[in-house]
Design a protein around this ligand. Structure first.
Ligand code: 5GP
Length: 128
């Protein structure tokens, strides 16, 4: 599926792919779920471990989430991201968290997601 870059000022689109996954309308390979977050494998992994962690609330990006989410939602989501990384065994070897926000980042799905990547040496953060 071809997706356009996310417009950060657009309202939340309830038909985005991750909203459909959260509602159970599209399948995913679930890694973790609690009241605040769902984690599942990226469909096109770019590292041996590549998991996406999404908050359950309707937030387009980190910008939207950090401005509008409640303290409970923010704490719950942050704790879930850390817990998933620990449960995946990524802490000792190390891992990278990526959150793309808006056009220059290449964000394609307009529901906040953190990429958790690991399982190999990931090289430079931003390739030269
Ligand atoms: P973004 O560029 O928005 O930060 O990343 C979107 C990510 O979502 C990409 O890594 C892409 O592979 C992943 N993705 C897109 N569609 C699906 C899907 O239907 N299921 C899953 N599990 N991942 C998806």
């Amino acid at each position: 599926m071809t997706m356009a870059p996310v417009d950060p000022s657009a309202p939340y689109d309830r038909d985005n792919i991750f909203a459909k996954i959260l509602r159970g309308e599209l399948p995913c390979t679930k890694v973790y779920e609690d009241e605040h977050a769902l984690a599942f494998e990226d469909i096109h992994p770019q590292a041996p471990v590549h998991v996406l962690v999404v908050p359950k609330g309707e937030y387009v990006s980190w910008d939207d989430f950090s401005a509008k989410a409640s303290a409970d939602e923010i704490a719950g989501y942050m704790r879930a991201v850390g817990k998933v990384a620990r449960e995946l065994g990524l802490v000792e070897s190390g891992y990278r968290m990526i959150a793309n926000i808006g056009p220059d980042s290449g964000q394609l799905v307009p529901h906040l997601h953190v990429h958790l990547c690991g399982g190999t040496n990931l090289g430079r953060m931003i390739p030269a």
